[in-house]
Design a protein around this ligand. Structure first.
Ligand SMILES: [Zn+2]
Length: 286
């Protein structure tokens, strides 16, 4: 087949409604989505999206498959490929490579001194224990979106540490900040950034008293170091509802709220969801 004929064939396949990935340029820490209108008469048994070393579930909404993903902050800038793997009920399989460009984010550096009494918390065993609890709960994400519109600020106040900041604790690299810190006095109410279901409401070690809310389709928000937890596991919450109070529990130097948005396990820069929500591009969707 000539090159021109191949190009024409590719164009017609795209027009026939193959999967699309948007946006085509994604900044480190931001979100992308893959939408695949399943051809009429085809029944999907299973579908996953492989991207940036992770295998993520897809969710079916009527005749479309949807996969949301976040580009980890440490992903090198440049071309990347996400692959949608679809297995149909008749046993046949398809895989769709979808290209996108990773743009670099701007992440400042911070050096923190922590007293010896707190650095004991910087252990991989403790981190693994926390991950086990959070990742285990994440498996229960709803297959339909529970969020609506733009995400709300859980707490007004000065951002004392932005998302993605590179942190050194007592001279040792301690990764990039997975969330955003808002400085506020102990006891200030903390609100749900969007509607969803509480999956975690308990005391952790590094994170202190923690609430994790499922917003559906693998989108989660976390609220840490709370002095008080105001919700229970399984409870439905509305956007703006008070879920706890600011505190200084866990690995902290003073009272503040550390909050995060994650897509599956990957932290997302909350700036995007706060500004424009998480659009699925579906009629009547969030
Ligand atoms: Zn923080």
């Amino acid at each position: 087949m000539s090159l021109l004929a191949s190009l024409l064939l590719l164009t017609s396949l795209a027009a026939a409604g193959g999967p699309t990935l948007a946006p085509t340029t994604i900044t480190q820490g931001a979100l992308g989505r893959v939408i695949y209108p399943v051809p009429e008469g085809r029944l999907v048994a299973n579908a996953v999206l492989q991207v940036a070393g992770n295998t993520l579930p897809c969710f079916q909404q009527e005749d479309r498959l949807i996969a949301l993903f976040a580009v980890p902050v440490q992903t090198p800038p440049g071309r990347q490929t996400a692959t949608l793997l679809v297995r149909y009920a008749d046993g046949s399989r398809e895989h769709f490579p979808l290209g996108f460009t990773v743009a670099s984010g701007t992440f400042p550096t911070q050096r923190i001194r922590m007293p010896k009494s707190k650095t004991g918390l910087m252990s991989s065993t403790i981190l693994a224990k926390e991950r086990q609890i959070l990742y285990g709960a994440m498996k229960k994400t709803a297959a339909v979106p529970q969020w609506e519109g733009v995400f709300a600020n859980p707490l007004e106040g000065r951002i004392s540490s932005p998302f993605g900041r590179k942190r050194y604790v007592n001279g040792r690299f301690w990764g990039q900040h997975a969330g955003r810190d808002v400085a506020a006095p102990t006891g200030r109410p903390v609100q749900a950034t969007n509607s969803g279901t509480v999956l975690v409401a308990q005391k952790l070690w590094m994170r202190g008293n923690t609430v994790m809310i499922d917003h559906g389709l693998g989108v989660f928000s976390l609220y840490c170091h709370l002095s008080q937890i105001g919700v229970k596991v399984g409870q439905s919450v509305r956007k703006g509802e008070v879920i706890g109070r600011v505190g200084a529990t866990g690995f902290v130097t003073g009272p503040h709220l550390h909050w995060e948005i994650r897509v599956q396990r990957t932290p997302v820069n909350p700036a995007g969801p706060l500004r424009e929500g998480i659009a699925l591009g579906l009629p009547g969707g969030p």
